[in-house]
Design a protein around this ligand. Structure first.
Ligand SMILES: C[S@@+](CC[C@H](N)C(=O)[O-])C[C@H]1O[C@@H](n2cnc3c(N)ncnc32)[C@H](O)[C@@H]1O
Length: 309
């Protein structure tokens, strides 16, 4: 199994994590172990790395690449379970956590995973193949108003209502099974003169993928707990790929830095909420011109770093 993936913002992320050679690090989205491989280069013999991914193919590739290293533990799980995973390893605190969100190019390029509108495949889109719900279930089973909400909110698609309507009309004739069938439905739902900004299916696929993998919910539920797991000076680095994810990270970091909910006219804080640390970079770090040239995936990437007090 070859999991080829050009790691995004590699240098910036490693610098941002400010790695302590004997520290404990968690990579919550191991993928092809590109970032993890670089973290390992910075760790001494006393350091430790816990790599997590929910995708079996990613786990197999990572095992091949870094699994022999005795500083490494590889776990197939969802990163939302990091607190429990560390607890099970009797680890209280760590020095850094990395999330490089979304799908990998390996997942996108593996036809039968159904992530890409560019190849004909069964509607699947699960990152964790053990999961029951697939894109097929969403497309054929969700009520029209739910489909509309998902495509509008997660895809930021202007024609969400029409797409949802056409999906429901088509599936009444026969179940929608493949990506190409779905592409056709989306195409007919968007007026030709309005089809701009990439492939017409792009936004709808993003929406269904986010829903299928609960991507935003998992991210939202994880950030505060991850900050709580850091040692003083420890860092959380998160790379996002669209505005919905980035907004969640930005808001969570801001709240962790300044959690006070007292009205602004109060002379002093009475809510008792204490800052957990500081946002290291007020503006997100984006890819350099050089990286953009050789890795198109880095175009929308934004890196935000939080440091625990
Ligand atoms: C962009 S890739 C990571 C690439 C990796 N940083 C590298 O340099 O090779 C994202 C990976 O995160 C995994 N992933 C996404 N969300 C996850 C989650 N909630 N829990 C565990 N793994 C997740 C995906 O399966 C995918 O393998």
């Amino acid at each position: 199994m070859i999991f080829e993936h050009k790691s995004v913002l590699l240098k910036e992320t490693i610098e941002g994590l400010d790695i302590k050679p004997d520290g404990i690090y968690v990579d919550g989205t191991l993928g092809g172990a590109g970032h993890s491989g670089e973290i390992l280069k910075k760790l001494s013999k006393g350091g430790r790395l816990i790599g997590i991914d929910q995708d079996e193919a990613a786990i197999m590739t990572a095992r091949d690449r870094i699994g022999q290293d005795e500083r490494v533990s590889i776990v197939r799980d969802n990163y939302e379970h990091v607190p429990g995973i560390l607890h099970g390893m009797q680890i209280d605190k760590v020095d850094g956590i990395l999330l490089d969100l979304g799908v990998s190019s390996y997942q996108l390029d593996t036809d039968d995973r159904g992530f890409s509108y560019k190849s004909d495949a069964p509607l699947d889109m699960r990152m964790d193949q053990r999961q029951r719900i697939t894109a097929r279930e969403i497309v054929n089973g969700y009520e029209e108003r739910e489909l509309f909400r998902i495509i509008r909110d997660y895809g930021e698609e202007k024609f969400a209502q029409n797409i949802a309507k056409h999906i429901v009309l088509e599936r009444a004739k026969k179940p929608i099974e493949t990506t190409y069938e779905l592409n056709e439905i989306i195409k007919t739902s968007i007026p030709a003169r309005m089809r701009q900004d990439g492939h017409p299916s792009k936004r709808t696929y993003q929406a269904i993928r986010i829903e299928c993998n609960r991507e935003l919910e998992v991210l939202k539920n994880s950030i505060e707990g991850m900050i709580d797991l850091l040692n003083g000076g420890g860092r959380l680095a998160i790379i996002t790929f669209h505005s919905l994810e980035d907004r969640i990270v930005k808001t969570a970091y801001r709240t962790a830095e300044d959690p006070c909910i007292c009205p602004p006219n109060f002379p002093q804080c009475v809510c008792g909420r204490v800052s957990k640390g500081r946002v290291v970079n007020k503006k997100p770090i984006t890819a350099s011109a050089k990286e953009l040239e050789c890795n198109s995936r880095s175009k929308s990437a934004k890196l935000r770093i939080f440091e625990k007090a």
